[in-house]
Design a protein around this ligand. Structure first.
Ligand code: 5AD
Ligand code: SF4
Length: 438
């Protein structure tokens, strides 16, 4: 069938969503679709959406409304696709309130996108959701030549934290075959990629289907020849163990950085969140990883204002942040996700209190981040140079091994290279310095 196949994808949400946009690109381009850089030139616009909090969904609904206006002005010459988590989570709302949306495609059905788009252009609206799990048919992603890349090692989640929509929209946990991951990583490195971040909702439970553990996969990937860095996201504290910490210590390509989201410092709240660890055993793991990898940087996610969270519970969270001294944190206000078990919990925390706790936790994190960053003053750090700084194009920026953002003066010829930077100024979010030697 002949029709204009120019598409544009807009992405919201997590790193997995960014990776999935690359996956969609691989699937569509191999079916003759052509990506365009400018949304206005596309006759197919795909929204790669997120459902983790209500705020993410509101943005997408606004975007859908705008696209519908364009579609009407274009005499229906536009195909609108909602892909990813909201296709699952908001299926009925979209079908009812936005009948102009042509395609709905959940995170486990992207291989069907070419057919879904072609059908809709022929006038047959169909959609593909989680009931039909097509993840086994996902092709290897064809990455562009890029300095940093994501590689999904597992998809879906079996943990059912009581606040979280992910298991409902992304389905059960599934590991990608180790050989496929290896090939994808090898090809990236061959094409000049210098930093690979392995992705999964819970990477530490990788490999059950293949009789492998996540550390075995790290070992395997660490053996790829070439100078590159290996990172991974996200680790669930109940599954992160000594073997993982030792792998961070012993494998030369694995960076000394660990994102280990605690969510709350209160045992009462952790239990209601169904996190399956206590603050005590979480902190024991933190002590262990600090002992084994003294230069490790740590980060966490926190949810404030979970149902029934009292000021005392919140104090426990502040205490944990003070004890661990995270390098950085992502702090979220609890957002009800219908269908999750917490949606039925009593003890709603008023918006104002959520905002107040959010601010106080953020302020504490900033203080700690600044204190931790000051330890880098007058030290040399190895940076992978990613490009020109957005704020000041005279400067370059990159990341240190422990994921600190570093801005420094230097020539563009260093982009893509490793350089040593001597740090002479710090803020809570950034280190500043000058190139020492190359
Ligand atoms: N409300 C607020 N934050 C949430 N997160 C997940 N679900 C919710 C929710 N319902 C946060 C968690 C998770 C991060 C990716 O998003 O902190 O680790
Ligand atoms: Fe990613 Fe979760 Fe958002 Fe889906 S709901 S895009 S898995 S953060």
């Amino acid at each position: 069938m002949e029709f204009d196949k120019k598409y544009y994808i807009q992405v919201w949400g997590c790193q997995m969503n960014a990776y999935d946009a690359d996956l969609i690109n691989s699937i569509l381009t191999s079916s003759g679709f052509v990506p365009v850089d400018n949304e206005d030139e596309a006759n197919i616009v795909l929204l790669q959406t997120c459902s983790v909090r209500e705020s993410a969904e509101v943005k997408v609904f606004n975007k859908i409304s705008k696209l519908i206006k364009r579609k009407k002005n274009d005499n229906n010459g536009l195909t609108i696709g909602v892909c990813g988590c909201m296709a699952e989570n908001q299926e009925s709302v979209i079908l009812k309130k936005y009948p102009e949306v042509d395609v709905l495609c959940g995170p486990n059905a992207y291989v069907e996108l070419p057919r879904l788009i072609e059908n809709s252009i022929l006038g047959v609206k169909t959609h593909e959701l989680i009931k039909d799990d097509k993840r086994d048919f996902y092709p290897q992603v064809q990455h562009k030549k890029q300095l940093r890349a994501y590689v999904a090692v597992m998809r879906g989640c079996d943990n059912f934290c009581s606040y979280c929509i992910v298991p409902y929209v992304r389905g059960r946990e599934k590991s990608m075959p180790p050989d496929k991951i290896f090939c994808e990583a090898q090809k990236l490195v061959d094409n000049g990629c210098r930093e690979i971040t392995l992705l999964g909702q819970n990477v530490n439970s990788y490999g059950k289907e293949y009789n492998m553990r996540f550390v075995d996969l790290l070992n395997k990937l660490n053996s790829i020849d070439g100078q590159f860095r290996l990172r991974f996201l996200t680790s669930h504290p109940k599954d992160a163990d000594k073997d993982l910490f030792k792998a961070i210590r012993d494998l030369d390509k694995v960076c000394p950085y660990l994102h280990l989201p605690i969510q709350s410092g209160s045992n009462k709240i952790l239990e209601k969140m169904n996190r399956k660890y206590t603050r005590e055993n979480y902190l024991r793991k933190i002590d262990l990883v600090k002992e084994l990898v003294p230069d490790i940087s740590l980060s966490s996610d926190f949810i404030v204002g979970f149902p029934s969270e009292t000021e005392d519970d919140f104090q426990d969270t502040l205490d944990v942040m003070n004890y661990v001294e995270y390098d950085s944190s992502f702090i979220f206000k609890y957002s009800v996700r219908y269908g999750t078990s917490a949606a039925k919990y009593e003890g709603n925390v008023p918006k104002q209190i959520k905002e107040d706790r959010n601010r106080r936790l953020l302020e504490l994190q900033e203080k700690i981040s600044l204190r931790k960053n000051k330890k880098f003053l007058n030290k040399k750090v190895q940076i992978l140079v990613e490009g020109k700084s957005k704020r000041n194009p005279e400067r370059l920026f990159g990341r240190s091994l422990n994921f600190k953002r570093v801005v420094f003066t230097g020539d563009e010829k260093y982009v893509g290279k490793y350089v040593n930077v001597s740090i002479n100024k710090v803020t809570p979010l950034t280190l500043f310095g000058t190139i020492e030697n190359v």
